[in-house]
Design a protein around this ligand. Sequence first.
Ligand code: CDP
Ligand code: CDP
Length: 222
Amino acid sequence: MRKYLIIAIDGPAGSGKSSTARALAKKLKLPYIDTGAMYRAITLKAMRQKIALNDTKKLVETARKARIELKGVDPRKQKVYLDGKDVTKAIREPLLTKNVFYVAQEPLIRREMVKKQRAMAKKNGAVMEGRDIGTVVFSNADYKFYFSASDDVRARRRYRELIAEGRQTTLEEVLNDIRRRDKTDLERKAGPLRQAKDAIPIDTSSLTIEETIDMILDIVKR
Ligand code: CDP
Ligand code: CDP
């Protein structure tokens, strides 16, 4: 029997996993684990080392050597460290976002990440979000949620974020990027994006973050 609580949240980009999971972790005093940040950090390392992203062998080697840490007590201010350096901002670059799929589709890299994610949650539990948490990483999680939202809503959310950061883009470009990423997340063989059989589905299209959190808290408190 596990003594710690695991809440798994999966879903596509822009469905609200990260904002909800951070707030939920804070409320429940649980560690927050952003698994996407880990795949992003490896992508960053490979890009900085100018490794050909389709060179599987080199990519796996890079992942094995990468030291990834999630630091900070407040989940909303969590920092991502790669080999001892703060890469919290760098891993959100749009070009990098387009490249994460090379890393995410690699079974050997996923195996390493899953091991690491399990170890991270071993001591104090976690609110963990990603694509394969309820299906692979913690298929025995205490609570599993599968977020969805229409493509249009998700693209609008991301577009607003990018514009607020001062980036130049169009809603159409963001929508295309999201659809492309959905496709690779759904179609890869290792750890694809799937709703676990026992996951509770939540369509966040017309929900605020607060409404989503309340919904989950209602279920967890029961
Ligand atoms: O925040 P956003 O939804 O844009 O993406 P993310 O959660 O940071 O994840 C970035 C990418 O990493 C996703 O598009 C997935 O391809 C990959 N990922 C994954 O394969 N498995 C996970 N558990 C989490 C993310
Ligand atoms: O982690 P994921 O990619 O699933 O989504 P997120 O980063 O939590 O949310 C993407 C953007 O949508 C953020 O700017 C959130 O503030 C916003 N959002 C929203 O407006 N309403 C929701 N119900 C969920 C997220």
